[in-house]
Design a protein around this ligand. Structure first.
Ligand code: COA
Length: 404
């Protein structure tokens, strides 16, 4: 089979939607495509066309969204967030994804992107292309009938507001929050517009979104009616959640746990270091029922990416990075809490590691040394490795906070 990779344009949207439908089971109406176009720029998408197909149909697609990513220390990096990756079921396991990924990586390097991020449909796909899982997502359940706060907040500044009023408030609060959290990505006005459409077809049988807003936090949730023999055990799903201060956190949860008629409150939105267990009379009531990889990081320009972040302790080390796509190289990293520099060097590496291992540790989540267990990192000096671990850890658990 011979094929061509080309950039997409607006007229390719039906073909892109068809590929996505065949992969993910989503039905796209014209309205859905229009909605998607609020945030999706077709020119940022790559298509694979089968040269043997007279109709020239697209058989694979990969696109990206432009994001600002907060890295440890608070700096923002402009990065592509890879998305809408799909190969037609008629053309799978013939190397099309590999070709697309290679093409995309080379394009990102030419565009001088420091790194790329993505969220994966399956955990086994992207490591081979140099992506490492850098954040995690967990699903939590708390049954409010059995959970209460140890101390009831003295006052409640939380308001239940209409979507139109909530829109600018939550956007401003989210923007403040995402600048303080490593791994967090921004949401453009268009992305907020898209989410506030709240189309009935996207509610999963639940209510329209409800908005609780505090000056420094918010909870957006849905309720699913569930009555049995005159007793309500309604479900509740938190779809978006930010609490910047202790007061906001305690007050929002006081309101959530006080919601009569609701039983379990589920969410994928609670960061791993969310302080809710510390507030509960019985911390065990917050159950983590699933934990998985969240956002993956692919370093492209190692010196720029490593110099952009801060390190928890002073560190000087030579990293020998193995990158089968963009080439192996050694980098001298000097960093600390105040700043960092990183440059190519001929010095002998202190540690040798795969580029995906460096991507996984980049946002300060998993320890760098974990990679050694999987054979992706070699070292000779245990104390230096320990110091690298400490240096790379961030002051907070990284969390991206926005699905894409
Ligand atoms: C996942 C998908 C994009 C792979 O496309 P493909 O063209 O069949 O993949 P390729 O033939 O280029 O395979 C490239 C490599 O990835 C591996 N691979 C492909 N799909 C994989 C999967 N689902 N899980 C693990 N490995 C996978 C192949 O074995 C191959 O490995 P190797 O070259 O290292 O030996 C395709 O199956 C698909 O569209 N799936 C449904 C939608 C989806 O999940 N998209 C990803 C969204 S994040």
């Amino acid at each position: 089979m011979t094929f061509t990779i080309r950039s997409a344009n607006l007229s390719d949207m039906p073909a892109i939607a068809l590929l996505d439908s065949a992969s993910f089971g989503i039905t796209y109406t014209e309205q859905d495509i229009e909605d998607a176009l609020l945030v999706l720029e077709p020119e940022r998408f790559l298509l694979v066309v089968d040269d043997t197909d007279a109709a020239g149909s697209a058989v694979a697609v990969a696109g990206d969204y432009p994001f600002d990513l907060t890295v440890p220390g608070g700096k923002q990096l402009a990065v592509p967030g890879v998305t809408w990756v799909s190969v037609s079921p008629t053309h799978r396991r013939r190397g099309l994804l590999r070709s697309l990924m290679e093409h995309q990586l080379r394009k990102y390097v030419a565009d001088e992107q420091p790194l790329a991020v993505l969220t994966a449909s399956e955990g086994g796909i992207y490591g081979r292309f140099g992506y490492g899982a850098a954040t995690q997502i967990r699903r939590t359940v708390i049954d409010r009938r059995f959970a209460q706060l140890r101390h009831r907040p003295a006052e409640i500044q939380v308001r239940l507001v209409e979507p139109a009023e909530a829109r600018p408030l939550v956007a401003e609060i989210h923007d403040r929050w995402r600048r303080t959290v490593p791994g967090a990505i921004n949401r453009t006005a268009a992305r907020w517009d898209r989410s506030f459409l709240d189309r009935p077809g996207e509610r999963g049988g639940m209510s329209a979104r409800l908005h609780l807003v505090h000056p420094d936090g918010y909870v957006i949730f849905r309720i699913r009616e569930d009555w049995v023999d005159g007793r309500a055990q309604n479900g509740c799903t938190i779809t978006d959640y930010v609490a910047l201060t202790r007061d906001a956190h305690a007050q929002l949860w006081q309101v959530m746990l006080g919601m009569d008629l609701v039983g379990p409150i589920e969410s994928n939105e609670l960061p791993l270091d969310d302080p809710l267990p510390q507030l509960l009379a019985d911390p065990r009531q917050l159950r983590t029922v699933a934990l998985r990889d969240g956002m993956w990081v692919r370093l492209l320009d190692v010196p720029t990416a490593l110099a952009a972040r801060r390190y928890e302790v002073e560190i000087e080390a030579v990293l020998g990075v193995h990158d089968p796509f963009l080439g192996d190289a050694n980098y001298l990293l000097r960093g600390g809490p105040e700043g960092a520099s990183c440059e190519r060097t001929d010095r002998t590496p202190d540690v040798r590691l795969a580029v995906q291992a460096l991507g996984a540790a980049y946002l300060g989540g998993p320890r760098l040394s974990f990679a050694a267990e999987g054979g992706q990192l070699e070292y000779s000096d245990q104390r230096l490795l320990r110091r690298l671990d400490l240096a790379f850890l961030a002051d907070r658990v990284p969390f991206h906070g926005t699905g894409f």
